[in-house]
Ligand binder design. Structure first.
Ligand SMILES: [Zn+2]
Length: 310
């Protein structure tokens, strides 16, 4: 059966607030205490599995949740050590600590190899790819090849308390780059790059955050177009997409985030609906399984041409 991918960025409410320019408050723990179990219950009920991208410094406070993610058949991958922004502007040493520190820490918590990485705010570049390859990662999922990427970042900046910083995170290289999953060579090491899933031609992101901002019909068109991709259909969400502003007693400043005005029940229903729709296209699986199915042997070898595509 064809595999389709699903991934979840497990960012705390605190790290989202930092993304909106606030000084990072203490983590309320809701992402691990409430959101991850809710997502896993929905996935279990639909026989779906996924990749959970975890921030090392947050995951270390919830070792039992990390164990449960693994024991229920999901993949644990790295979403950096501290989720510092703007990630592409870290010094080489800071970048190395984020990449290697999170890998070591999460491997200790998960009890298995950490193979995938997603940069905070999809803020990846060639320096990151080289660092990941050297650290022994097998895939990166940090590029956002959609013209909507700069527009959505401007929208975030307009809701942010430090607009200029957020606008600096626009990456035209990523926005205009290839939409295809591929194997690249970084310092002689092969590493897979898995960009955000976008629709053919118009490059609209197939992305749950956008789901809250669009009418059903408009998002249904994006879903249908994304599902026409011949290979590699996958969907992306955030842990906060299943947190309720009132129900979970969240910091009221997070009300500016898409979907935060929705009731928790409605958000849970929406996620189940989207995972069910994805499941009609194939077996909903973690990204590492799609990487293995497409590129398995090539990631072991080193005598590759500079870029290979599917
Ligand atoms: Zn994040």
């Amino acid at each position: 059966m064809k595999l389709v991918g699903l991934s979840i960025d497990v960012d705390s409410v605190a790290s989202h607030l930092e993304g909106y320019g606030f000084d990072r408050p203490a983590d309320d723990g809701a992402a691990y205490r409430a959101a991850v179990p809710r997502i896993m219950n929905i996935l279990d009920s639909l026989k779906a599995r996924a990749t959970f991208f975890l921030i090392g410094d947050e995951a270390r406070h919830h070792p039992e949740v990390v164990s449960r993610i693994v024991s229920r058949g999901h993949e644990v991958a790295s979403h950096s050590m501290t989720h510092r922004l703007p990630f592409a502007q870290l010094t080489p040493l800071e970048l190395r600590l984020e990449v290697r520190g999170s890998k070591l820490l999460l491997e200790g918590l998960a009890g298995r190899q950490i193979r995938g990485f997603r940069a905070p705010s999809w803020d990846g570049n060639q320096a990151l790819l080289s660092e990941l390859a050297k650290a022994g990662y097998q895939y990166d999922s940090s590029t956002y090849p959609s013209i909507l990427q700069p527009l959505l970042r401007i929208a975030v900046a307009r809701r942010s308390v430090s607009e200029r910083d957020r606008v600096q995170q626009i990456s035209w290289r990523s926005a205009l780059g290839s939409t295809r999953p591929r194997v690249e060579l970084a310092d002689g090491q092969p590493i897979a790059e898995v960009p955000m899933c976008t629709t053919p031609l118009l490059r609209l992101p197939y992305y749950h955050t956008l789901r809250f901002a669009l009418p059903n019909l408009a998002f249904g068109i994006i879903r249908a177009l994304a599902h026409t991709r011949r290979k590699w259909v996958w969907y992306q969400l955030h842990a906060v997409d299943v947190l309720g502003l009132q129900e979970d007693g969240l910091d009221p400043r997070i009300a500016r985030h898409p979907g935060m005005k929705w009731s928790l029940d409605k958000k849970l229903e929406l996620l189940a609906k989207e995972v069910r729709a994805l499941g009609r296209r194939g077996a909903v699986s973690p990204l590492n399984e799609l990487v293995d199915a497409s590129f398995g042997a090539r990631l072991q070898a080193t005598d590759q041409p500079s870029v290979e595509r599917v």
